[in-house]
Each structure stands twice: as structure tokens, then as C-alpha cells.
Design a binder for this molecule. Structure first.
Ligand code: NAG
Ligand code: NAG
Ligand code: NAG
Ligand code: NAG
Ligand code: NAG
Length: 408
């Protein structure tokens, strides 16, 4: 029976779209969808696609569909386009996942030459899960077991474009252990008050791009873990949310270096931070964060537009006794304009053990948007030496250390 279904599906696909560039189009809706649930249909279509010797397409057509969980694993023999035109919604119970090991709602692993496209929506339906998330109070929190929405691991040479990801139960999307993956014209949305709904989390990857996208969430718009090389974030609009964060880094000494992150031509609107680097104190990690560029950024009412925090220690989970051993160097901050919702427009809280090195700062124009009676915007400096060019508003610190602590 199983075999017959599969063959029928393949023939349908070819017959229905004879002019397609794809040898086969596997339309999920033709696979005995029950009450709109495509869980089994998608897995069957995906299996055909990964085994296809030539390029194929898996199609989720227009319409409203529900999906329990799907692990869309490779290896695939040939390119696959995953064309999502409809709205795919998760079930609301965060623990009702068939694969208990799965940390994702839709996981795409061990794949190459994948295109995700189609203008559709992945709706994580996270409202119930968020109420069960107590991570701000509890380090071993429940939500560590809540699934990601759309998770890419061990993926090469792939493009994710023209899709919307919304209301994930936890991190909305991630890209881990991958090489040459581009996110383009992606829209990621969750309410400002939803916990840990990071937009895209990127770690252990090389040559990743996020372009022309809009991200508004309850946590970081984009966050970076360790072992990163060559990332470009360009033309991204971020807010609400916590901004774009490199780190937190250095929590364990297994972490590896972060090299080459450029954040260019992005706009931050009502976010807690603009661009941020954060590292843990009192750990043995000596990783390096180098070749970082923050350029052409517009801040609109951002609480901390630019912040380096080498004393990152949330919920008193660590001690501040020993300075961070993470070395930040070769940092360029250029052409940052707009308004700061607090007076702390620029905060450079670098490590006393490893002061920030080779920093260039130029063309800054950030104005405090709050009560003018409080004074203007300021720069705070600890353990940083920089070269400055062009306009500096607020003025940069005269001394490399100004002992004001980082506000929490
Ligand atoms: C991705 O590229 C890496 C490094 O070139 C390679 O080792 C790995 O097998 C590739 N993975 C896939 C799924 O193609
Ligand atoms: C990177 O991936 C894209 C697909 O997004 C592909 O067209 C391109 O050839 C890949 N680049 C390399 C160097 O393999
Ligand atoms: C910068 O971003 C804006 C707004 O997203 C866009 O209109 C403009 O084309 C971008 N500029 C460049 C040089 O990419
Ligand atoms: C600016 O940001 C502050 C703090 O996040 C917020 O309370 C305020 O409403 C924002 N103002 C505007 C005009 O959005
Ligand atoms: C959707 O939720 C699961 C669980 O939170 C999470 O692991 C996954 O990362 C989220 N999706 C994406 C794409 O993050």
C-alpha cells in the first residue's frame, strides 16, 4: 500500500506540472491529508525528494495546514526546492511532539542545495508555550525543551527566501553547523513580550547572510553563538526585540572564535539594544572576537544603541570577580545615527584583563530622545582604546576608563 501511494504521488506530480524545471514536484496536498494535517504527507513527499536523482520540488500549496512536527533530514542527492505557499500552523501544546528528541518543530538537517521559498507562513502557535516559559527566573527552565520553529543544522549552499515565521514557541529559527546559507526577504514576528523568541540564532557556521529582512520579536532579532566565520547582516529592520547580539560568549572554554561579522545598513526601532557584544566574566574561555563591523545603522528610540558588555552575568549566575578573558579586537563602528531612549548611547565595557583592541569609531550622531532636563546622550568607557574619525555625538570618552557600571 505504502509503495503504491508513493508511486501515485510521483506520477501526479510530474503530470500536473509538466513544464516545471523540476523532474518531479511532490505536492503535499495530494497525499491523503486528513483534517488539514500534513504531518505524514510532508514526510512522504520529503522522502521522495531526498532520494530523487535530479532536482525536485516539495510543494505546500496555498491553504491552511497543520503540522505536528517534521524532521526533514538529508542527505539529499540533488537540489530540492521546498515551496511553501500556504500557512502551516503548529499544534498549540508544546509537548505534543511525536519525536521527543526533536528540539524543533520543523528541522532541516544534513542537506545541501535547498531553497525554501513560496511566500508562505510558518506559524509556531506559541501562545500556550510562552506561558510555560519561566527562563527569566529559572536557569534550568522548561523552555529548553520547547521546540524551535524552523531549524537548519548541517546545511550547505542553501537559500531561505520569501517566507514568514511567526509566534515560535522558542527560538524562531536557527542556523547551526552550516556553510553558505542565505536568508533573504524573511519576515520573523512574535510579540515583544514573548520570552526567548530569538529571531535567528546562528552558531558554528561559515558564510551566512541575512539580507533584506524584517525581524520583530521578544528577544534578540539575530543572535550569534560561537565558532562563526564570515557573516553579513544587511538591510535588516529589527524591532521590537533585544537587537542584534554577538554572544553571550565565553561561558565554557570549549567555545571557538568569532571572526568576521558585518552588520550593515540596518534599522533598529524601539529595541532594547542596537548592536551588542556580550561575554561572560569569571570563566576560563579565551576565545577571540575579531573583525567586527557595525556600519550605516539607524537607531530609532533604541535603549542602548551600541553596547559592549564584557560583564554579562544575567540573574547573578556568575561572579564578577574575575574579568572576562575573551579578547575583542578589530572592531569598526561607523555611521550610526538616530535616537537613544536612554542617555547611555554608547557603552564600551571591555575587560580589564583583555582590553578591546584596534577599535575605530567614526561618524556617530545619536541623540537622547528622553527628557532634555536629564542632559544629553553619553559614552561610557572601560578598558578600550580607539581611533576616532568624523563627527562624534555624544563625545567619546577622554580616558579609556570611566568606571560607571553597565546598567542592567
Ligand atoms: C557540507 O560541507 C561540509 C564541508 O565542506 C561537508 O563536510 C559536509 O559533508 C557537507 N554537508 C552536506 C550535507 O552536504
Ligand atoms: C552558495 O549557495 C548558493 C545557493 O544559495 C549557490 O548558488 C552558490 O553557488 C554557493 N556558493 C558556493 C561557493 O558554493
Ligand atoms: C539600505 O536599506 C534601505 C532600507 O531597507 C534600503 O532602501 C536601501 O536600498 C539600502 N541601501 C543599500 C545600499 O543597500
Ligand atoms: C521609546 O522607548 C521607550 C523605552 O523602550 C518607550 O517607553 C517609549 O514608549 C518609546 N517611545 C516611542 C515614541 O516609541
Ligand atoms: C520553533 O520552536 C522550536 C522550539 O522552540 C525551536 O527549537 C525552534 O528553534 C523554533 N523554530 C525555530 C525555527 O526556531
Amino acid at each position: 500500500m505504502e509503495q503504491m501511494h508513493v508511486i501515485t504521488l510521483a506520477i501526479f506530480g510530474v503530470l500536473l506540472l509538466p513544464l516545471s524545471a523540476y523532474a518531479a514536484v511532490y505536492d503535499v496536498s495530494q497525499q491523503g491529508v486528513q483534517n488539514g494535517d500534513i504531518t505524514n504527507a510532508l514526510l512522504k513527499a520529503w522522502k521522495l525528494a531526498v532520494e530523487a536523482p535530479t532536482a525536485s520540488k516539495v510543494l505546500i500549496p496555498k491553504g491552511k495546514w497543520t503540522l505536528k512536527q517534521a524532521l526533514l533530514d538529508g542527505p539529499n542527492k540533488a537540489p530540492i526546492e521546498f515551496q511553501v505557499e500556504g500557512t502551516v500552523t503548529a499544534y498549540s501544546d508544546p509537548f505534543d511532539l511525536p519525536d521527543k528528541k526533536g528540539e524543533w518543530w520543523i528541522g532541516m538537517n544534513y542537506l545541501h542545495s535547498i531553497t525554501v521559498s513560496g511566500g508562505g507562513i510558518f506559524d509556531g502557535n506559541g501562545k500556550v508555550a510562552w506561558t510555560k516559559n519561566d527562563c527569566t527566573k529559572n536557569a534550568k527552565c522548561l523552555s529548553k525543551r520547547l521546540p524551535y520553529n524552523l531549524s537548519f543544522n548541517f546545511v550547505n549552499n542553501s537559500l531561505i527566501k520569501d517566507i514568514t515565521i511567526k509566534d515560535s514557541k522558542y527560538f524562531q529559527s536557527n542556523c547551526i553547523s552550516s556553510n553558505n546559507v542565505t536568508f533573504q526577504r524573511v519576515k520573523i514576528i512574535a510579540p515583544a513580550e514573548s520570552p526567548n523568541t530569538d529571531g535567528i540564532h546562528i552558531a558554528r557556521s561559515v558564510n551566512i547572510k541575512v539580507l533584506d529582512s524584517e525581524i520583530g520579536t521578544g528577544d534578540d532579532c539575530i543572535s550569534f553563538g560561537d565558532e562563526i566565520k564570515d557573516v553579513l547582516i544587511k538591510n535588516v529592520r529589527c524591532g521590537p526585540g533585544h537587537g542584534i547580539s554577538i554572544g553571550s560568549l565565553g561561558k565554557t572554554n570549549q567555545e571557538k572564535d568569532v571572526t568576521g561579522i558585518t552588520i550593515d545598513n540596518c534599522t533598529f526601532i524601539n529595541s532594547d539594544n542596537g548592536v551588542r557584544i556580550k561575554t561572560w566574566p569569571s570563566t576560563p574561555s579565551t576565545l577571540k572576537v575579531t573583525d567586527i563591523k557595525f556600519t550605516n545603522l539607524i537607531m530609532q528610540n533604541v535603549s542602548n544603541p551600541v553596547i559592549i558588555d564584557q560583564q554579562y552575568c544575567p540573574w547573578n549566575m556568575c561572579s564578577l570577580d574575575k574579568a572576562s578573558l575573551v579578547q575583542i579586537s578589530n572592531l569598526k563602528i561607523d555611521n550610526i545615527k538616530g535616537t537613544s531612549a536612554t542617555q547611555d548611547a554608547l557603552i564600551f565595557s571591555c575587560s580589564s584583563s583583555k582590553p578591546c583592541q584596534d577599535v575605530q569609531i567614526g561618524n556617530i550622531d545619536l541623540v537622547f530622545s528622553g527628557d532634555p532636563k536629564l542632559g544629553g546622550a553619553t559614552t561610557q568607557c572601560q578598558n578600550i582604546k580607539y581611533v576616532s574619525t568624523g563627527k562624534q555625538n555624544p563625545p567619546l570618552c577622554v580616558k579609556s576608563s570611566d568606571p560607571k557600571p553597565v546598567p542592567k
